[in-house]
Write a protein that binds this ligand. Sequence first.
Ligand code: NAI
Length: 257
Amino acid sequence: MQSKGVMRLAAKRVLITGAASGIGLACARVMAEHGAHVLGCDIDDAALSVVAGEAGMAASMRLDVAEEPDWAAGAAWARREFGGLDAIIHSAGIGVGGDLTTLSLESWRRQQAVNLDGSFLAVKHMLPLLREGGGGSITLIASVTGLRGSAVFAPYAASKAGVVALMRSAARASAAAGDGVRVNAIAPGVIATPIFGRMEGVNAAATDPVATAARLVPLGRAGQPEDIAHAAAYLASDEASYVTGIVLPVDGGLLMS
Ligand code: NAI
């Protein structure tokens, strides 16, 4: 149970992508502790089924964020099982790096398909569900690299810059429509999760979060997935009802370095 006795998300129905691992999994755990009904999604349904119960997820399903039919099925599932949704945390993502002069177009496109197409499809298919309920919150997990660029992770940084522009555009559109939907992003810095072991196209030095953080982060250490989850819980809560269109860095000071 969460320690401070504050149920920030009591009875809110929250769909979380990338919920089998790292930041998405921590979001599921923390938000369930705050009273949310968590619907966990991931492409890795085997891993998801192992952690879903322990993390307090109310339900889980396989969803590949790059595949539009999966999103249509996810929306239908949320409508059928939960009568709608109040919030989305879109955390699923992959990290592709490499030298821009030798990077294959195929690698570039795979990166954009998961991180940027996936975010577009999240907004496209989840926004109507939130509107049906009279409003809600969308939080996209971007990255500090989307704001600073990255010599090592250019495809990844470009995808996350796209996520930020998508978020701001959706936030403006919802505000203009008066639909009660807030749209925000979190920009994590260096967070110790399994993604570092899954990076594509980079050398081993770039796959160690502890060494990377020691080198780059003013606070001198990597963050934990829970650091992002607490920010996500805030943005999904009614306490953030006047917050839309922001990129919230949770980065140990990386953006100022
Ligand atoms: P992770 O690798 O621990 O978790 C990512 C999850 O997304 C995995 O469970 C994976 O199976 C799932 N996934 C991958 N492709 C998918 C797809 N096509 N459809 C559905 N699920 C898919 O990584 P982590 O660190 O938790 O990353 C979460 C988000 O945070 C990502 O968007 C990542 O880019 C972002 N981020 C992470 C940072 C870090 O330092 N860990 C820094 C900045 C941003």
